[in-house]
Design a protein around this ligand. Structure first.
Ligand code: NAD
Length: 250
């Protein structure tokens, strides 16, 4: 039990095969109470109920700063405090540079990057008051290797932005006892690809992975758990790869 007595907000946690719900489940198994935030409040509530009793689900569009504040207030009202923020909500789109329209750019940047800022802004004042907190932000291997797997260049840009934002927040809020870290998964088997990842593409991608398999949502949840728990008490501004060796840094 690494998170006994802790409470966590997980954005993007309603998708049944998603990284958010796998993270929420693992954290709940380790004793945390979870607030699942997602676009659809009904689905968020259903996902929270699937974790057992004592968890809550709430509607929250992370691109809307007011919605982030309202949902955070709900979580604080339910639990009395928030120790952990998992910024996991995200969307992708498989297009090339010349195909990116202004609306595509806005949509992808808004959910993946702006959403991390808005939800962090909603939670940080509370963490600052309690002088303790762990924020974990979702980036991607796409940020590090310039895409080329599924998401387009705007997705790579958004996820690279998350790395900059996460590191800057780590520096700014370290003195307040708030740690901020990022996770960079490789290709994880969830529904984010919307059926657009063909078997051929999958076989090709696996050829470049030393561990010879795609990742599972649970693989990423493990990294989130580590960064949420006191096992990582002196880790901040870090980037943890969960990619089966797809990208090994020099
Ligand atoms: P998923 O589609 O299963 O889950 C994403 C969740 O985010 C969904 O529940 C969706 O409703 C929610 N969401 C979308 N827009 C939102 C908004 N505006 N406000 C609140 N919630 C919103 O996808 P996943 O694969 O579990 O992805 C989770 C995160 O991991 C994303 O940020 C994604 O970019 C990132 N990621 C995924 C992979 C992968 O291969 N699956 C790799 C690297 C990074």
């Amino acid at each position: 039990m690494l998170l006994r007595g802790k409470t966590a907000i997980v954005s993007g946690g309603a998708s049944p095969r998603g990284i958010g719900l796998a993270t929420a489940r693992l954290m709940a198994e380790h004793g945390a109470r979870i607030a699942i935030l997602d676009i659809d409040g009904g689905q968020a509530a259903e996902a929270a109920a699937s974790l057992g009793s004592g968890h809550i689900g709430a509607a929250c569009d992370v691109t809307d700063p007011e919605a982030c504040k309202v949902a955070t207030a709900k979580a604080i009202e339910a639990f009395g405090k928030i120790d952990i923020l998992c910024n996991i909500a995200g969307i992708t789109q498989p297009v090339k540079t010349l195909e990116i329209g202004p609306g595509d750019w806005d949509r992808i940047l808004d959910v993946n990057l702006r959403g991390v800022l808005y939800l962090s802004q909603a939670v940080i004042p509370h963490m600052r008051e309690q002088r303790d907190g762990s924020i974990i932000c979702m980036s991607s291997v796409s940020a590090q290797r310039g895409g080329g797997i599924f998401g387009g260049p705007h997705y790579s840009a958004a996820k690279a932005g998350v790395l900059g934002l996460g590191k800057a927040m780590a520096r700014e809020f370290g003195p307040d006892g708030i740690r901020v870290n990022c996770v960079t998964p490789g290709l994880i088997q969830t529904d984010i690809t919307g059926g657009k990842l063909t078997d051929e593409m999958r076989i090709d991608i696996i050829k470049g992975i030393p561990m010879s398999r795609l990742g599972d949502a649970k693989d990423v949840a493990g990294a989130y758990l580590f960064l949420a728990s006191d096992l990582s008490a002196y880790v901040t501004g870090a980037v943890i790869d969960v990619n089966g060796g797809m990208l090994i840094h020099g």
